[in-house]
Design a protein around this ligand. Structure first.
Ligand SMILES: *Cc1c(COP(=O)(O)O)cnc(C)c1O
Ligand SMILES: [Zn+2]
Length: 551
């Protein structure tokens, strides 16, 4: 099998996939995609896939991760494809299938994106990341970052329902609430990431994020084939319908259909239906007017925050090309029609969805009514999300950082100085904690605890010698010290620190898996502030201890 390679979608350059790049080295374009050895995969791997658990990682040879050890997974994907019962009968349509993405770990199809994007971050060694979101991406990324031990900053507009923001906060993400539109929120997040030197999730330009959505197409075709034609058969639907905000879903899913077609597994490429809400429908408006570029909706007028992307950017022209080439439709529905569709789905088919998903079903009703979708065509609707509220009492007050976009920058396209100074407010006095531990899992756990409870600078050293070097370079405010380490153990680190007048003042918490002998206890006495047994302390214990020592 040939290695996957990166392809520049503008100049066609093939680039070796040694690492994820942001831009084409030849022309500088920022949309790169991945290509695989489709013939070999189709020949060698189908039987193997069928034996694997039914989740998105079943297709991992078609996903851009080099080492499976980096997979961060909670069983995402592998969601049911359920035929509609009463809603289909009501519409007089017998071939409507609901891809139930509510059953992802955080209740939306963003779990596919999060699983792959966070795995890719882990593979790239990212420790702290920034994401802007209309809600569900932040929820899902937060859950996966928690597992991966990556600290996340979630930038959300004040439009996002408080229930959703609280869920983000519950996972330990720093929630930054932006009073402004989603497009401004993205700009603020980008300048914050740049200012702090943090990894920024690039939305539609993220290779991992787009590629994750292919798995929706793979699963749907495998499930439809099984249902209609039997084991080992694949079948494409005639339509893929989705409520659209930024357009990641349909663009990524479409690429999945293309790959299956290239592998000879399906005999057609489905038509894509893009559904937006009337109050924020830049794509639909431009498409109907036959325009190549959309007019940006500066002030989205909808209660459905998930769908409030006013500036679709390049997503529009890509989706337009797809639909002009393969057929499909762009249609908009009102908030009221979306809410009504939520009632229909819950009352007719027992499926409770969030309002954005309601819009997809409202779009389906409209397209079937207009006979754009024919009665004999097989339709798959992305049942994209479900919400679960987190009670206010769980978090207390002050669980967001509120940033008001200064009036003068509301109209400017590039964030101005005022904005950056608003961001400076987020830089409260940060404490510098140094972890010396040779077990990556232990080190990651400690880092995760620290990041979930405050804005600490966390540095890690895998043994005492490296740790001491870091102490000499910049003395930390506190040291978390393991005792048993190669090269130089914790006892030796303590002995060395005690020979220096200044360094001996740094508080040290020993975190150890070792049962201490009396002699060892004596060696530690007077040199450490606290001793904690690995596996026997809670996150709160260690945070309490640290707060006590840092104050
Ligand atoms: C993100 C999201 C959408 C819109 O998806 P895009 O493909 O990013 O436009 C629709 N429904 C739900 C529930 C979502 O979370
Ligand atoms: Zn190029």
């Amino acid at each position: 099998m040939h290695e996957p390679y990166l392809l520049c979608l503008k100049c066609g350059e093939h680039i070796s996939f040694a690492r994820m790049l942001n831009n084409c080295p030849t022309c500088g374009h920022d949309m790169l995609d991945v290509r695989y050895d489709y013939a070999a995969i189709a020949q060698e791997l189908l039987a193997e896939w069928a034996r694997r658990p039914f989740n998105m990682w079943r297709y991992r040879e078609l996903l851009p991760l080099r080492n499976p050890a980096n997979i961060v997974s909670m069983g995402e994907g592998g969601t049911p494809l359920v035929p509609s019962v009463n809603m289909g009968t009501m519409l007089g349509h017998d071939h409507i299938f609901i891809k139930d993405e509510r059953q992802g770990p955080t209740g939306s199809f963003k779990d596919r994106q999060a699983s792959l994007a966070i795995s890719a971050m882990k593979e790239a060694g990212v420790m702290e990341a920034v994401v802007a979101s209309t809600g569900n991406v932040a929820i899902s990324y937060s859950a996966y970052c928690a597992r991966a031990g990556i600290k996340l900053w979630g930038f959300l507009t004040s439009l996002v329902p408080a229930d959703k923001m609280r869920e983000v906060a519950l996972y330990g993400t720093e929630v930054v609430k932006i009073t402004g539109t989603y497009d401004q929120c993205k700009e603020v997040a980008a300048s914050f990431a740049q200012h702090r030197g943090l990894f920024l999730d690039k939305g539609l330009r993220s290779i991992a994020a787009r590629q994750s959505m292919k798995t929706l197409a793979f699963e749907v075709c495998e499930q439809l084939g099984l249902l209609k034609d039997g084991y080992g058969k694949w079948r494409a639907p005639d339509w893929y319908i989705q409520a659209v905000s930024g357009g990641m879903g349909p663009i990524g899913t479409f690429r999945g259909f293309e790959e299956l077609y290239e592998m000879g597994l399906i005999d057609r490429i489905p038509k894509v239906a893009v559904i937006q809400v009337d109050g924020c429908a830049p794509m639909v408006t431009a498409f109907k007017a036959g325009k190549e570029t959309p007019d940006i909706v500066n002030a989205p007028n909808t209660h459905i925050a998930t769908l409030a992307t006013g500036n679709p950017g390049i997503a529009y022209s890509q989706l337009r090309q797809i639909i002009l080439k393969h057929g499909g439709s762009m249609e908009s529905v009102s908030d009221q029609e979306s809410f009504r569709a939520m009632h229909v789905m819950a009352k007719m088919d027992g499926i409770s969805v969030e309002s954005a998903t309601g819009a997809a079903f409202a779009g389906l009703f409209k397209l079937v009514g207009q006979q754009v979708i024919k009665r004999d065509e097989i339709v798959v609707v992305n049942c994209s999300g479900h919400t679960f509220p987190v009670e206010q009492e769980l978090l207390g007050d002050e669980w967001t950082h509120d940033v008001e976009v200064p009036e003068a920058t509301l109209t400017a396209s590039v964030p101005q100085e005022g904005l950056l100074s608003a961001l400076e407010l987020l830089d409260d006095r940060m404490r510098d904690i140094l972890i010396m531990d040779d077990t990556p899992e232990a080190s990651r756990l400690l880092r995760r605890i620290l990041q979930a409870y405050g804005t600490f600078i966390v540095r890690e050293a895998e043994n005492g010698r490296i740790g001491l070097d870091m102490v000499y370079q910049r003395p930390p405010d506190l040291i978390l010290l393991d005792l048993m380490m190669p090269e130089m153990d914790g006892f030796a680190v303590l002995d060395t620190l005690k020979t220096d007048k200044e360094l001996s003042k740094i508080p040290v918490i020993v975190v150890t898996a070792k049962e201490l002998t009396n002699l060892e206890k004596q060696r530690l006495s007077g040199k450490v502030q606290s001793l904690m047994q690995k596996g026997a302390f809670s996150d709160q214990d260690i945070v309490d201890k640290m707060v006590e020592m840092l104050n």
